[in-house]
Design a protein around this ligand. Structure first.
Ligand SMILES: Nc1ncnc2c1ncn2[C@@H]1O[C@H](COP(=O)(O)OP(=O)(O)OP(=O)(O)O)[C@@H](O)[C@H]1O
Ligand SMILES: [Mg+2]
Length: 347
């Protein structure tokens, strides 16, 4: 099936300026620096990566809240970064966002009915005025809220219920894609699963495709068909959930996964723990070549000189192993074991 949404070499650089009166550009924050992926109808693409790696910036570009510095966003084959006016509005209707924090993303002065029905103000053609109340009540019911709560205010709801309100608003225009930026991170662990389960149920019911952003790797594995791992503005590895979680070939993914707690003590015993040393470099001064090299235990000269492309590593190209998936590492085929007694350390 052709992709519903495709991103090619997407870039977002924020200018870094000095001076108040005479603003002078002294550099750029490379928030997103060449990201490519595809989303097929009805599937969930999970995006993971540490804080500041550019996940939210990608999300904002997908829903046209930010304009890319370069690159393309194709929706059903059409580059939406070039659209404006009515054509852009029509596309935006089909790509909706669910935000991270249900406490700050809902206007406290608006009733639930006004919040969920707000998209109809922008797209009155979807629901004529006389029909809106009923539509909003239907949406509340669909997300598991009592339709009689329509006149209540956000503060009268729990965090999980507020996120249901956010989801109902995201569904109002019957989009095909929902970009969910850390939709459960702000919620109690006990309600996270309920909201994730609701999102899965809605996906089946409405045939939605999700871009699901999170830093919790277990949640992403649970909901995703495919996963993209981001580091410092780029995707370093993509594959199916099994390929990424059970057969990671990029050192960064391996390190990320090694930090996930394992309940089974025997598995825990066997698994090596890879501790990343050093901090993530600043997106204003990205290392040359492979941007992960300053924290990588495999790094050598080539890594400083040559940017590794996101592709199936040569050694796995003709195999039928789960290692055969895209990974941006010059030495992906090398054993993952960290050498000698520096095991777990990188320098
Ligand atoms: N408007 C802006 N102006 C300048 N820099 C920005 C702007 N928005 C984001 N950035 C920077 O771009 C980088 C990526 O930010 P982004 O919010 O996309 O990261 P993230 O992966 O969503 O992080 P988190 O997990 O903390 O939400 C960060 O270094 C951030 O400080
Ligand atoms: Mg974010």
């Amino acid at each position: 099936m052709p992709p519903l949404l495709e991103v090619r070499e997407l870039v977002k650089h924020y200018p870094l300026t000095r001076g108040v009166l005479f603003r002078k550009q002294i550099g750029a924050v490379k928030a997103v620096d060449g990201v490519s992926f595809a989303l097929r109808p009805g599937e969930t693409l999970g995006i993971v990566g540490e804080s500041g790696c550019g996940k939210s910036t990608v999300a904002k570009m997908l829903v046209s809240l930010e304009r890319p510095t370069a690159g393309r966003i194709l929706y059903k084959g059409e580059d939406i970064t070039r659209l404006s006016g009515r054509a852009l509005k029509a596309v935006r209707r089909n790509i909706q966002m669910v935000f991270q924090d249900p406490y700050t993303s809902l206007n406290p002065r608006m009733t639930v009915g006004d919040i969920v029905g707000e998209p109809y103000e922008i797209h009155p053609e979807v629901a004529p005025k006389g029909d809106r109340r009923r539509k909003v009540q239907e949406l509340l019911d669909v997300v598991g809220l009592n339709p009689e709560y329509i006149n209540r205010y956000p503060h009268q709801f729990s965090g999980g219920q507020r996120q249901r309100i956010g989801i109902a608003r995201g569904l109002a225009l019957r989009p095909e894609v929902i970009v969910a930026d850390e939709p459960v991170s702000a919620l109690d662990v006990s309600v996270q699963a309920q909201v994730v389960n609701l999102m899965e149920k809605l996906q089946g019911e409405f045939g939605l495709a999700y871009v699901f952003i999170a830093h919790d790797l277990s949640i992403v594995r649970h909901i995703s068909d495919r996963v993209g791992v981001m580091y410092l503005g780029r995707v370093v590895e993509t594959g199916t959930d099994t390929e990424i979680y059970d057969h990671p070939t990029h050192p960064y993914t391996q390190a990320l996964l090694s930090a996930v707690p394992v309940p089974d003590p025997e598995v825990r015993e066997q698994r090596e723990r890879i501790l990343l040393t050093g901090d993530v470099p600043s997106p204003t001064s990205v290392p040359s070549g492979c941007r992960f090299r300053t924290r990588c235990w495999k790094a050598r000269e080539r890594c400083a000189l040559e940017v590794p492309l996101l592709a199936v590593p040569a050694a796995f190209r003709d195999t039928h192993t789960p290692a055969r998936h895209d990974s941006a590492c010059h030495f992906a085929e090398e054993r993952r074991v960290v050498p000698g007694d520096t095991r777990g350390q990188m320098g």
